[in-house]
Design a binder for this molecule. Sequence first.
Ligand code: DAH
Length: 372
Amino acid sequence: MTDIAALEAELTAAIGAASTLQEIEDVRVRALGKSGSVTALLKTLGKLSPEERQEKGPLFNGLRERVTNLLAERKAALEEAALNARLASERSDVTLMPPASPKGSIHPISQVMDELTEIFADLGFSVAEGPEIETDWHNFTALNIPPEHPARAMHDTFYFPEDAKGERLVLRTHTSPVQVRTMVDVAEALKSGKLKADGEGDIIRIIAPGRVYRSDSDATHTPMFHQVEGLVIGKGIHMGHLKWTLETFVKAFFEVDAITMRLRPSYFPFTEPSAEVDVQCQWGNGELKVGEGSDWLEILGCGMVNNRVLEYCGLDPNEWQGFAFGCGIDRLAMLKYGMTDLRAFFDADLRWLRHYGFSFLDVPTLSGGVGA
Ligand code: DAH
């Protein structure tokens, strides 16, 4: 009995004297751990006679309970004191800037693609896509470039090995095959009755931005680059529509209202007539100003869709007309944002990306719209 009282007094004193969480833990192990003093007492119960056990059991268990409670109380008190001490000694300065977290940036090509999409969406164009590995037919033949045509030689094409039928796939050399795919789909939908074309509205109004490939490499050419294709097909579409659309695009893209644009006669197998588009510009101190000066900057190719192309795609040229254009996106980005070496676009050099990339929170949007 006195043993128990002495033990309780000793443990109570030890708990009261513990001033750290570690010291509390030490007392707990000493009393209630596997070979602790209270545990040892409880272990003796098994060897006692039933009468003795009835007498000692409640005493021992009462001791264990009181010691357990004292430990918990002391622990809570120490934890609270520790928290109060921290609160008293630490301050949070809510005026401090949070540490900068590493952020990615938007590549100028993605930025320009978004700008193009935004501008043409305002004009009612949707975005079409096609595969980068193309058939010879979609990339060349249906665009009125038959196998012996000299334009094929100009394209520095990457060919895949011939298949069993003697046909070879290509890495598309331009985005123009997306025109073909779109026209073929629409011609089929018209034929099956899925698409009804009564009235005057266009049946196609798309842009197709994407990657293209040619075996070419210097400061202004990389084997992979980007183009955007445009196509409008409807009834009574003429070059006036083409010119207005491109002028509206160029003004919105370069954010200059007073722009002089010229259509220069040119040749593409898939358009007739064909033209190249130049905008008025001035070079000064290595900087380009669009809409001023006496220089001309070539920015894209365009024309009225060649009747042969309409026929290849299953559209009757007596019923349908349209215009198309194709433009290098990388070049547009270089011109608008002042980069001089195209190869740096694809080096994945973080310093370049930090300098020329756009923040996703702070992208220049063409909030003025196309102002048509
Ligand atoms: N496909 C041409 C090229 O890669 C660009 C082009 C010119 C596309 C005139 C067109 C067009 O749709 O009408 O050089």
